[in-house]
Design a protein around this ligand. Sequence first.
Ligand code: DX5
Ligand code: ZN
Length: 227
Amino acid sequence: MTFDRRIKIAPSILSADFADFGREIRAIEDQGADWVHVDVMDGHFVPNLTFGPPAVAAFRKHVKTVMDVHLMIAPVDPYIDAYAKAGADILTAHIEAGPHIHRTLQAIRGAGMKAGVALNPGTSADAVEHLLDLTDLVCVMTVNPGFGGQKYIDMTAKVRRLRAMIGDRPVHIEIDGGMDPTTAPLMAAAGADVLVAGSAVFKGGSVAAPEVYGANIRAIRAAAEAA
Ligand code: DX5
Ligand code: ZN
């Protein structure tokens, strides 16, 4: 993985057909997805449950781009090796998931993955000040994590502040929640480069009509690039 700040669209397969992940992943990649965003939920850190390491390992066989795994689980540390074996390229943990995020980020890198740190809407940008040299990605949640299709919560000031804190470091700013052609430009203008989108990518399409995914991805990208 090389670093750049061009806009990247990362469809969340939380909005895909759960009985057909292989074809869904191939469809979004064929239609222009830059990364594939995988939302892991444990029914404890967030009030919803999705999938674990064996499912993520199965997705890996279909992902040709970058597998971006967003852990919404607590604790994180006992599962880091399992997600490395499952083939995650980027593994993101929530700062709110435990008292030792510094150790967690070191362990993620130590296991050979890029390390991401995610911030809930109520968490300040300042919380990552002492983590910026240990992380490859800061994920700013623009919804409370747990479900797709929620309403965007504006985090413009937080993203601007993060962008300034990051400076020249090779750290991505990823936005997760409620991204569509209306909201994505606000975040791109504030300094984000990775835009996760679930419902806005999968809306109206299917593996039988993948061109709809392509049109949805292009609409988000065009709006963000014009910001
Ligand atoms: C929310 C997840 C998101 C979610 C985004 O907890 O982390 O990745 O799937 O979905 P949309 O784009 O529908 O808000
Ligand atoms: Zn996510």
